[in-house]
Ligand binder design. Structure first.
Ligand SMILES: O=P(O)(O)OC[C@H]1O[C@@H](O)[C@H](O)[C@@H](O)[C@@H]1O
Length: 299
């Protein structure tokens, strides 16, 4: 659907509007009685969520390209069908193709203070070129005082579908150097900054340097303590057994040309994932759902 068709089919006066960037990206602008949000059709990318009376909960990079086919830095990139680098011996874009493809808006409805949206993605020329031609994705986003994100994958092939997936959420921090995460005590992680060495988390994750960790076999709720911002963000999840914690810090951020030099201080990625040992193998005709439920409180 083009911009005019989206407006005609889905706009809700005062709640759901559609706009287009000068670069041609269509996005939904959402204002419910409980929150505001912005979602791009490119990648079904949640780029903003802010409950009434709160600062934005989701970080968005100012240098992001916002261009067709390019990933958006910040927000909630959706990784599918692989996480980070493709590792089945074939090449492909970092974090897969889902975040750089335009999705379709299939449903929008306001119930009470919450706006419910569903985006879908099926096979495209790019996915087929990368070897994925028999899948369907549905992404339900519920915008309100809390934010609920649910990614469902359906296998329409006659053979198993093997995939990784992530909601690579960039949570806004007043200062990541004062941030900690609880919920991962005792969990084994692969330290990507130490040649994927397996290590065990003891106590809270204390953000004190470049961090790129894949916590395995954990469905635990994580709480991000933003001490400088005097608030905490809680991420409850289902259908996800991997949690990734990432921040490039000052020494790593120069590798990211779409990040301002000091923006690393303003976010903490605590990602809802199935990857590595938690890779999903979906039988023909089966579906799998992964959900994150995000809430924020002042402390
Ligand atoms: O630059 P990208 O493709 O968005 O990835 C950012 C980071 O995403 C993290 O989830 C990965 O663990 C990192 O290794 C990666 O560098």
């Amino acid at each position: 659907m083009d911009l005019a068709q989206l407006v005609e089919h889905f706009a809700i006066p005062g709640v759901l509007a559609f706009n287009q960037t000068p670069t041609g990206l269509i996005y939904a602008s959402i204002t419910t009685p409980a929150a505001s949000a912005t979602i791009y059709l490119l990648g079904a990318h949640v780029a903003h969520w802010q409950p009434v009376g709160e600062r934005p909960v989701i970080f968005l990079g100012h240098k992001s390209d916002f261009a067709p086919g390019k990933p958006i830095r910040g927000g909630v990139p959706l990784a599918f069908p692989w996480f980070a680098t493709r590792h089945d011996g074939k090449t492909g874009p970092s974090h897969g193709f889902a975040r750089i493809q335009p999705w379709t808006l299939a449903f929008a409805a306001l119930t009470g203070d919450e706006l419910h949206l569903t985006f879908t993605l099926g096979p495209t020329q790019m996915s087929r070129d990368l070897g994925f031609d028999n899948f369907r994705l549905a992404y339900k986003v519920t915008v309100g005082r809390t934010l609920t994100l649910q990614l469902t994958v359906a296998n329409e092939a006659s053979t198993p579908l093997v995939f990784e997936e992530a909601m690579h959420t960039y949570y806004a921090m007043a200062d990541v150097r004062e941030a900690t995460i609880t919920g991962l005590d005792g969990v084994t992680y692969l330290d990507k900054n130490d040649h994927f060495a397996p290590k065990v988390q003891h106590g809270p994750v204390i953000m004190a340097g470049m961090t790129d960790r894949v916590y395995q076999n954990t469905a635990a709720t994580c709480v991000l303590h933003d001490a400088a911002g005097k608030r905490r963000i809680t991420v409850e999840k289902t259908g996800s057994n991997t949690t990734v914690v990432w921040n490039p810090w000052d020494n790593g951020s120069s590798a990211f040309t779409d990040l301002e030099p000091t923006e690393w201080r303003e976010f903490l990625c605590c990602e809802t994932v199935n990857a590595g040992v938690n890779t999903i193998t979906l039988a023909p005709g089966a579906v799998h759902s992964m959900q994150a439920h995000i809430s924020v409180e002042k402390v």
